[in-house]
Design a protein around this ligand. Structure first.
Ligand code: SAM
Ligand code: DTB
Ligand code: SF4
Length: 327
């Protein structure tokens, strides 16, 4: 979708925008279904990067200590519990700038992935930058989707991170697509961006070829000790609008209502689902931050007549490899 088209949609009244996004949603998705995804931080803290929103950067005193890579047994225990709780996707995150083939930690991660991929859930990892060879090895080990967010517009990105560039993020996305893994890519609202930056982010996401399989929309959770600690909360209508625009721009993508749900009312979340969100992180913890309790989420889904996606008989294969449009 072009920036112009997105700008035109963004000018619509809220109800007109919702009417359109709902129609796209119902034409493409089982309208009452929500995917439950469990997130696990397999390597927490001590990251070399300076992403100004992140509690895991070693550059800020956030109270999050650097830990070692979790053992395979501990990860498997969490993955089994996730499956038993109804999650159809297991997402593992590591606080790394990236991974290199031939290193012990990469081999250890590959071994963990091989284990998790036997459980018939989608397997998503987010390990930072990957090259072409690392991407192939991850795919061969059983990763179905790779999460790597662009987070904001290319213009605003240097205000948020200085240790890597927006183009570095795009290069990793290209390696992921060329290796045949699905791309999970989205961003964060509340990084001090302008309305235009949000539309630019959607423009770039929607012009990936193929479009992302999933698009996490996070709301900044201000972390004590980070430069974003005092950031102003965003208006929940901005989030609802962003989800509606993402749904229209990327009809076949799972739109994941991600970080920040602890600060959203039931009513705001209901409007996010109506607008086109069809996936959430499920379980009390994100990576370092809180998520709503399982009990609270089950009650909300029931109130809204939403059904968790049923377990897979066979996890669908990722889309065929293709090129990524450059910025
Ligand atoms: N190190 C890897 C990377 O940066 O791609 C993976 C982990 S990183 C924590 C994954 C994503 O979590 C970030 O791209 C960002 O979108 C999201 N995130 C991190 N901290 C957040 C916060 N405080 N509030 C909202 N989203 C956050
Ligand atoms: C994504 O877009 N959001 C998740 C997942 N991908 C890895 C991470 C949210 C992190 C929230 C802050 C924290 O837990 O530290
Ligand atoms: Fe490191 Fe990822 Fe956090 Fe950036 S977002 S500091 S790369 S863990």
């Amino acid at each position: 979708m072009t920036l112009n088209e997105l700008e035109t949609l963004a000018e619509l009244s809220l109800f007109e925008l919702l009417k359109r996004s709902r129609a796209v949603h119902e034409a493409n998705w089982e309208k009452q279904e929500v995917q439950l995804c469990t997130l696990l931080s397999i390597k927490t803290g001590g990251c070399s990067e300076d992403c100004s929103y992140c509690a895991q950067s070693a550059r800020y005193s956030t109270g999050v200590d650097a830990e070692r890579l979790m053992s395979k047994d501990a990860v498997m225990e969490n993955a089994h519990a996730a499956k038993a709780n109804g999650s159809t996707r297991f997402c593992m995150g590591a606080a790394w700038k990236g991974v290199r083939q031939g290193t012990k930690r990469f081999d250890d991660v590959l071994d963990i992935i091989r284990g998790v991929s036997e459980l018939n859930m989608e397997v998503c990892v987010t390990l930072g930058e990957v090259g072409a060879e690392e991407a192939r090895q991850l795919r061969d080990a059983g990763v179905t989707a790779y999460n790597h967010n662009i987070d904001t517009s290319p213009e605003h990105y240097p205000n948020i991170v200085s240790t890597h560039t927006f183009q570095d993020r795009m290069n990793t996305l290209q390696h992921v697509q060329e290796a045949g893994m699905a791309v999970c890519c989205g961003g964060i609202l509340g990084l001090g961006e302008q309305a235009e930056d949000r539309l630019r982010m959607l423009e770039i996401l929607s012009n990936l070829d193929p479009q992302p399989e999933s698009v996490p929309i996070n709301v900044l959770m201000p972390m004590a000790g980070t430069p974003m600690e005092e950031s102003k909360a965003i208006d929940s209508f901005d989030l609802i609008r962003m989800i509606a625009l993402a749904r229209i721009a990327m009809p076949k993508a799972k739109v994941r209502l991600s970080a920040g749900r602890t600060d959203l009312s039931k009513e705001a979340q209901a409007m996010c689902f109506f607008a086109g969100a069809n996936s959430i992180f499920y379980g009390e913890k994100l990576l370092t931050a809180k998520n709503p309790s399982v009990q609270r989420d089950l009650e909300l889904l029931e109130t809204l007549d939403l059904k968790p996606q049923a377990p897979f008989a066979d996890v669908p294969k990722p889309p065929a490899a293709a090129c990524v449009a450059s910025v």
